[in-house]
Write a protein that binds this ligand. Sequence first.
Ligand code: TRP
Length: 501
Amino acid sequence: MTTRETWGTRAGFILAAAGSAIGLGNIWRFPGEAYEFGGGAFLLPYLFAILTAGIPLLLLEYTIGRKYQSGPPSAFRALYRPAEGIGWWQNGIAFFLATFYAVIIAWALCYVFFAPGMAWGDDAGAFFGGEFLQAGEPLDFFEYRPIMMAALAAVWALVLLIMAGGVRKGVELANRICIPLLVVLFGAIVVRALTLDGAADGLDAFFTPQWDKIGDYEIWLAAYGQVFFSLSIGMGTMIAYSSYLRKRSELSTTAVTVGFANSSFELLAGIGVFAVLGFMSSESGAPIDELVGTGGGVAFVTFPTILSQMPGGAFIGVLFFATLVVAGISSLISMVIVPFSSFEDRFGWTRKKSVLVLGVPMAAFSLLIYPTSNGSSMVDAVDFAVSGYGLVLGGLATIVLAFATGKIKSLAAEANRTSMLKLGTVWYACLALTSVVLVYTLFRSVQGQIADLSDPAVANELIYINWGVGGAMILFGVVMTVVLYRRPLPERVEEEASAPV
Ligand code: TRP
């Protein structure tokens, strides 16, 4: 029987969980989403989603992980044997998410080096799409961009090195370095941003509620999507992380702390980004809404443009892109941990074996597909399969399973054994409400995709890639369930799961 590693300290787990949550989603996704979906009015559905869906699901994943002390497939199997496949399917999601997320970190890493000399010149948009990505046709694969490849290889080398260190000397240590670094880097950026001329106008634009939008289902969907992505739920990441907790660890205040830290970071990012947009608008006279894009646009086009005009822009640029890299790395390790913990717990693999048999091929896949001229189209297509469907379905499956197996009460009891805030009716009600919202979300987004299929203005081949990726992930889950159905879990999991504490 092998003994399983645990986090060194309570703070170690909190830092790692916060490191997972705080990522590219906070810095480049949140400000754009919030602005697009109602500005200040977005904050209401967003807060609602955090409190009724985000934190309750975070608690559910923590509880499952700590109770069964194993990665998602074995944990789900312990809940209900045929459900093992949910965990494997989440491995599929993690595979695709990690392999493209690393690419965005690699772009940011390149920009750390571009910033001192403002390599983008006067036209950051043309630089990003033209010179840097050399964006070509969506389906022209394998036209490589050497700088990007080098950066991506460096990202993967660092991540695999961290993973090779295990829980305490790898993941925990990395987060102990990353989180304080993030606070300092990001703090400096926000302070600088707020002292720019025009900052107040930017904040006005950001916080002014467009109440007429609050009734749109789209802003609610966007809020739930943002919360899932941002808190890293629905993919088994938190099951994997909390599987390394000691059985006596407290859960409820941890979830609240992580949720609070993540939202603070997100709001700060919104404030920083919009203060800078306000400055830009006061310099150029262009209205703020013309300056905002979602996704990569803000980070790699709008920001560089502004940096060129800002006193001290080169320095802030280095800080900004370094922040993206640091925040991204601590999230990327929490994606890679999903397959690592899954295979280690199911098949008794050592960490070394996971690095070689899982980590290296993941890095290779990432390097093969993305640092190319169609890389950014692929990122978009795969992102939609992952954040548009995968996470939401994964979260839904976790909730349904907990209720359908009748284990929800025993899970609550397990959490309450050590929790300061007791889980009970309110928790059940939040989870039930969340599942209703998620079913509706899925329904609407499938509808949207079907409509897109018949719209020639949308690149159809990308939709097929999107469905293909989604199908591949589910197929993997099904195949693994069938193949492993009769194979018992390694003794450790069964024993610890039923052992008195
Ligand atoms: N939360 C991270 C971000 O905001 C991304 C992330 C890390 C994630 N692990 C995850 C998203 C697991 C979903 C599932 O960038």
